[in-house]
Write a protein that binds this ligand. Structure first.
Ligand SMILES: [Zn+2]
Ligand SMILES: [Zn+2]
Length: 138
């Protein structure tokens, strides 16, 4: 059965926009040290999909790719605003879609927290901290 779904997304400044029609295979929250650095946050939320075609609707010329030398690990981002964007892995076999860039809601839901032992020491405290709609206590 073909499970294809179309996802659309964009960077923060709006220069880069994409549409992807792929079979969504996995949805992971990755807590590895590299993902913490790359996202400047607690973890990376990524959907992994095939086939690997990204249809750039705009801004493809503003994209930069960084391949981490010590591991098959990549960051693609908008050179204007720094937001992460979808990319193909080093072998060109899998498509990684940073879920925070999506402008629609995928049917797939997170299935695992991977590299859990490397998680940020403050991550679980953040989950249980009080929830509020805006930041009114700075
Ligand atoms: Zn941008
Ligand atoms: Zn990771």
């Amino acid at each position: 059965m073909n499970n294809e779904e179309t996802l659309t997304g964009s960077c923060l400044c709006g220069e880069c926009k994409y549409a992807i029609t792929s079979e969504l295979k996995h949805f992971f929250h990755c807590h590895c040290i590299q993902c913490q650095k790359m996202t400047a946050s607690a973890f990376a939320a990524n959907i992994i999909a095939v086939p690997t075609k990204i249809n750039w609707l705009s801004g493809e010329e503003n994209i930069k790719r960084f391949d981490y030398p010590e591991r098959d690990f990549t960051q693609v981002f908008c050179m204007n605003c720094g937001s992460g964007l979808p990319f193909l892995d080093g072998r060109g076999e899998l498509l990684f879609i940073p879920t925070g860039t999506l402008d629609n809601v995928p049917k797939i839901k997170p299935e695992a927290n991977i590299y859990w032992t490397e998680r940020a020491k403050w991550y679980e405290h953040g989950i249980t901290a009080p929830r509020q709609d805006a930041c009114d206590n700075m």
